[in-house]
Design a protein around this ligand. Structure first.
Ligand SMILES: [Zn+2]
Length: 104
């Protein structure tokens, strides 16, 4: 994914997913955004078999994962089914702009 933006503290280097006015690690207000490399490791993953919305009801269910990005932040995203904890993944983008983890 080329556009996955994460917040970064220019004082201590800590990185996190959602931008805040101050760094959660050191409280510095010197915060910027950087583009993540789009690679990470599965921290947790599940397959949702009972869809909450009709448009999400697909045969075999759909995957949801927590992925630890190589830069440090952990994000929740859609995932291809069959992934396991510890698998290396690439974070791509669905047609609707939401992130999706795929083997890679
Ligand atoms: Zn900081």
């Amino acid at each position: 994914m080329s556009g996955l933006r994460i917040a970064s503290c220019t004082a201590c280097g800590h990185r996190w997913q959602f931008r805040r006015a101050a760094c959660p690690a050191c409280a510095s207000q010197s915060v910027t955004e950087v583009t993540a490399g789009g690679k990470g490791t599965i921290w947790s993953v599940t397959t949702v078999l009972r869809a909450p919305l009709p448009e999400l009801d697909v045969p075999g269910g759909y995957g949801i994962a927590l992925v630890t990005l190589d830069e440090g932040p952990r994000i929740m995203c859609r995932a291809e089914t069959g992934l396991a904890i510890g698998d290396r993944v690439a974070i791509g983008c669905d047609d609707d702009g939401l992130p999706r983890a795929s083997r890679g």
